[in-house]
Design a protein around this ligand. Sequence first.
Ligand SMILES: Nc1ncnc2c1ncn2[C@@H]1O[C@H](COP(=O)(O)OP(=O)(O)O)[C@@H](O)[C@H]1O
Ligand SMILES: [Mg+2]
Length: 257
Amino acid sequence: MELSENKQAIVERHNKVVYVDGDRIVKVFKATKPASDVFNEALNIARVTEAGVRVPRVLEVSQVADGAWALSTEYVAGVTMRSLMDAAEGTDEYDRLLEQFVDFQIEIQGTPAPELLKDQKTKIAGMVGKTPDLDPSVRYDLQMRTDRMAPGHSICHCDFNPSNVIVAEDGTLYACDWTHVTRGLPEADAAMTYILFKMYHPGHAEAYLDLFSKKADVAKQKVHYWVPVMAAAELSRGRKDAEEFLRSQVDVALDID
Ligand SMILES: Nc1ncnc2c1ncn2[C@@H]1O[C@H](COP(=O)(O)OP(=O)(O)O)[C@@H](O)[C@H]1O
Ligand SMILES: [Mg+2]
C-alpha cells in the first residue's frame, strides 16, 4: 500500500508507527514483524466485526515500499477514552467515563464469540510455559490454575484499556487493537484490564474492579484469581519496561515474599 504525503504519525512504538492517512489508520510495522502476526491481527478484526462488535473495520494488509507489512483500518474521528479520562481526572465526569468503559467491555464480552477465535486456555498455557525465570513452585501453581481453566465463550479483548477505546464524535465507542483477543473467561479479561490500570493508573484500579464486579455480576475473587496468570503471560512477551511490576503481580497474588 502507499501512504500519502499528508499522513500523520500518531503513535511510534519500538515495533511500529501508527499513522492517520485521510480516512484510514495505517499501522506500519518494522521489517522484522512476521507477516503472520499482521494477517492474524487483521483476521481478528474481521472476526470480531462479523460477530457484531463495534470496531474500526479492516481495509487492507499489504507491504509498503521497503517491504515492511502494514495494516490499514477505517479511521474513527474522535478521541481515545484515555485522553478523556486524563482530562476528567478528579471530577465526577471520570466516574461516568469509567462506567461507559466497563459497560463497553461487558457488552463485548457478552457478544457470542466466533468459534474460530483463539482459545484462551491454550494460549495462556503456552505463554505461562514460556515465561522466563519463574520460581518452580510459582510456575506449578500457575500451570494448575490454567489447567483448571473452564472453557469460556466470551470475546476477551485481553488488552482492554482506555487507550484502545475510541470515543467517536457522536459519542459511540469503538474498540481497536485486537492483537490479543481470545475466546475465554470474562474474569480473565478483566484481570488483564485490572493489571493495566494498576500499571498505568493505579489510583483507579480498585474503582475499575469494583465497577466490573458489580456490573458483570462476577466476584472480585474470580478476577484476582487470574491476576498472577495473566501477569505471567504478559511477562512472556518480554515486556522489559514493566517486568518488575508484572513479577510483583505474579508473586503478591500467590502470597510469596
Ligand atoms: N481506527 C482508528 N481510528 C482512530 N484512531 C485509532 C484507530 N486505530 C488506532 N487509533 C489510535 O492509534 C492508537 C494506536 O493504535 P493501536 O491499534 O492501539 O496500536 P498499538 O498496538 O500500538 O497500541 C490508538 O490508541 C488510537 O489512539
Ligand atoms: Mg493500543
